[in-house]
Design a protein. Sequence first.
Length: 73
Amino acid sequence: MRTPLVEEQIADQARAHGMPEERVVEDVLLAPQALKRMLEPSEVADAVAYLLGPGAAVFTGAPLVMDGGWTAH
């Protein structure tokens, strides 16, 4: 998920490996992911809002995986 901490880690990795930040994201972070983009905090907030609403009344402790397809590969 794109957070300030992750943004700092991307910048650190780019400096350490002498590559642009975009390559760190594309070639390292998103390489094994089906959806080639990072999860945004607002998407997690949307899922939480849904789970707190009446439409999610039948959820009973099941995991909700929000990994952009990471575990699908």
